[in-house]
Design a protein around this ligand. Structure first.
Ligand SMILES: Nc1nc2c(ncn2[C@@H]2O[C@H](COP(=O)(O)OP(=O)(O)OP(=O)(O)O)[C@@H](O)[C@H]2O)c(=O)[nH]1
Ligand SMILES: [Mg+2]
Length: 467
């Protein structure tokens, strides 16, 4: 098979840093199994066996006469491994020292340390997987919820490629029909503009569904940052603990208890959420509290969702009104906390007053809650999900697209196809064909058929070493 890159033998530790029961070292490249001749011995055997693909061999790693570790070596022959190259894995004891000694030994005997993502890059370049599947490898490693892992596994097993291939097939069919007409003017064919436009419209609809799914899908891949914001003493830290189901943040009735923010990772309805408990907002001369407040605002500005808390006992203050004005264009959930301290008619009028500030038509959720008495979290979780669902996709539709690179390319293909339709209406068939080819290129970039080298390098450089 022709190789598209240098054929160095690369090696890296594939397991996490830190001591563990087992560490796995990967080594891949042309004739890489030869290295084992110099460093691996089987008990009571003079010579090494002829290594077979997908076999495990028990033995020891030696640096000359010096025993390094007792190991299990798994071997894979050319064309039958993850990278598509001859390769092996050493399962050694998970000591960082032993791992580093073995890596040094491999490098002394002809390998070099792999770059980040180099194993996956070779797998892609050798045609073992398409680019979107290779990208899913890191998504699986980084997934923080079962749902995120599930979507990434589907991507790894070619779900995106299947969707893109289907779009590409339909797009290519329209292109060839137009090209036949362009290439054989002497045949006196009639251009079937209506059919071509309809075909493109149906591709646009299908593509649009994929793009719409990204509104939610991106949160599965990159997680969600959610900031709890509000004045001092409204119960942010109490809510933080309630959501975490853990007594993590200090709670007290002293205003300004939280001075610096705290954060934690939680799973809300299958989304990985990094939640921030922030310092309460109030005017202060204390330089440390001022810095705390500055951080609260910064976190809220960078958050995907802001949860703004009011205290039912304090009502809506001018500072709340000012803050809500600022955040109402964000993804916002409002909580009237300490609802246990107010009777229901006063709560309703407070809610109405709040609705007035947010705008009568606004669909920002207002939730009555008592974080202290652990009431209202189920409604909060539901509002959280509603906020992320968007309106374009049904509740049970699982998003396919989670990666921004894919979403951008789908958008570009969409624009090119719309442009093609405009050109078809003008009967400018050459220009329409050009736009359709552009769309096909964008689709091809997702799966890696036409992805430029610099983009490939950028993608794989975000991987961890050993992947
Ligand atoms: N009655 C009642 N009290 C609550 C509720 N939630 C919180 N509190 C009390 O309100 C006080 C302040 O709570 P915190 O969670 O520390 O408030 P905070 O918003 O984090 O305050 P800062 O850190 O100062 O910004 C504590 O005494 C809590 O027990 C609630 O739902 N009902
Ligand atoms: Mg607090």
């Amino acid at each position: 098979m022709e190789k598209l890159y240098d054929e160095d033998i690369i090696c890296a530790c594939a397991t996490a840093t830190g001591n563990a029961a087992i560490g796995i070292i990967r080594c891949s490249g042309k004739n890489s199994l030869q290295i084992l001749k110099y460093i691996f011995k089987q008990p009571n055997k003079e010579n090494l066996p002829t290594f077979k693909s997908h076999h495990a061999y028990y033995g020891q790693i030696y640096d000359n006469e010096q025993l390094i570790d007792d190991v299990l070596v798994l071997t894979f022959s050319d064309g039958k491994s993850f990278t598509g190259e001859e390769s092996f894995e050493i399962n050694c004891h998970g000591s960082m020292l032993i791992i580093s000694l073995i890596l040094r030994l491999l490098c002394k005997n002809g390998a070099r340390m792999a770059d980040p993502g180099e194993f996956s890059k070779r797998a892609f370049l050798n045609g073992r997987m398409d680019l979107s599947s290779a990208e899913a490898v890191m998504d699986i490693v980084n997934a923080s919820t079962k749902q995120a892992a599930h979507i990434a596994i589907q991507q790894l097993t070619g779900r995106i490629k299947r969707e893109i291939d289907s779009l590409k097939d339909k797009t290519s069919n329209v292109l060839s029909a137009i090209e036949v007409y362009i290439d054989y003017p002497e045949e006196d064919l009639t251009p079937d503009i209506n059919k071509w436009t309809n075909d493109i419209n149906s591709i646009l609809t299908e593509n649009n569904q994929l793009i719409a799914g990204f509104a939610r899908g991106r949160y599965f891949r990159s997680g969600i940052r959610m900031a709890l914001l509000g004045q001092t003493n409204v119960g942010k830290s109490t809510l933080f603990n309630y959501i975490l189901n853990e007594d993590k943040a200090i709670v007290s009735d002293i205003h300004g208890t939280t001075r610096d923010y705290l954060d934690a990772n939680v799973n809300i309805c299958g989304y990985g959420v990094r939640i921030f408990d922030t310092a309460g907002l109030r005017e202060t001369d204390d330089p440390i509290e001022k810095e705390g407040t500055r951080r609260s605002i910064e976190l809220s500005e960078n958050a995907d969702i802001v949860v703004y808390l009011l205290s039912a006992s304090e009502g809506l203050t001018p500072i709340d009104k000012e803050n809500l004005e600022r955040y109402k264009s964000n993804k916002l959930i409002c909580i009237i906390n300490k609802s246990d301290l107010l009777d229901s008619s006063l709560l309703t009028s407070l809610e109405n007053e709040l609705q007035e500030i947010l705008g009568k038509e606004s669909n920002i959720k207002i939730i009555q809650m008592s974080a202290l008495h652990r009431k209202g979290l189920d409604i909060f979780n539901k509002s959280f999900c509603d906020l992320l669902l968007g309106t374009d996709i049904g509740e049970n539709t699982e998003p396919v697209i989670t990666n921004e690179r894919h979403a951008i390319l789908l958008d570009q293909a969409q624009n090119a196809l719309k442009e093609a339709n405009t050109r078809l209406q003008e009967e400018a068939l050459d220009l329409a064909a050009f736009e359709i080819r552009t769309a096909l290129n964008h689709f091809g970039e997702i799966t890696g058929e036409v992805t430029p080298d610099d983009i490939l390098n950028k993608i794989f450089s975000t991987f961890c070493v050993g992947k």
